[in-house]
Design a binder for this molecule. Structure first.
Ligand code: ADP
Length: 187
């Protein structure tokens, strides 16, 4: 089963993706985590990505499409994966469709985790204090929300038109949200 977690920054995709991975046994892959790891290791990909991430901008598709191709070719992804933080643009969504089709598989379900904007800002500001993520400054948080609306929110329509989208409220206790997610995924 191939599942996409869609939602603005701060919506809890990472938390829910990890829980869903535990419960289904499907691997969760986060392009954000892969990019942060590349930045830490100071690889060429990391050096390229950092300048965008620090500003709250998307890393260009030209860079990300190769990463997505690598992820979907992983042997552990052969039985399906939980995609967290990608696709994030229509071009990335088209690439995911094409790469999965090449493997005779497809996206099975897209969960959009919905959280009001004031709550997103509140969560990310709190996370900045706890985790010290460099892209959780007030200015970058605002920028990431704008980028989400402009470049990623169109994917809601993209997947809705294909009958794949289910909205899930991301408000409430983590465990409650996890139950909603599980109900949609059907396990
Ligand atoms: P969040 O969902 O809170 O923004 P992520 O860890 O998913 O956190 O992403 C952090 C940053 O990494 C993004 O702001 C962006 O710069 C970069 N990034 C992650 N995934 C992608 C992607 N699929 N395409 C482009 N940029 C990405």
């Amino acid at each position: 089963m191939n599942i996409i977690l869609l939602g603005p920054p701060g919506s809890g995709k990472g938390t829910q993706g990890a829980l869903l991975s535990q419960r289904t046994g499907l691997p969760r892959v986060s392009t954000g985590d892969l990019l942060r790891s590349a930045v830490q290791r100071d690889t060429p990909l990391g050096r390229e990505a950092k300048q965008y991430m620090d500003q709250g901008l998307l890393v260009p598709d030209a860079v990300i499409l190769g990463l997505i191709e690598e992820v979907l070719a992983l042997p552990e992804a052969a039985n399906g994966i939980i995609m967290d933080g990608f696709p994030r643009t229509v071009a990335q969504a088209e690439a995911v469709d094409r790469l999965l089709a090449e493997r005779q598989t497809a996206v099975d379900r897209v969960l959009s985790i919905d959280v009001p904007e004031e709550e997103l800002v509140r969560r990310m500001t709190g996370r900045a204090r706890v985790e010290g993520r460099v892209d959780d400054t007030p200015e970058t948080i605002r920028q990431r929300l704008v980028v989400y609306e402009e470049q990623t929110a169109p994917l809601v329509a993209y997947y809705n038109e294909r009958g794949l989208l289910t909205g899930v409220s991301g408000m409430g206790r983590i465990e409650e949200i996890a139950e909603r997610v599980e109900e949609v995924v059907g396990r």
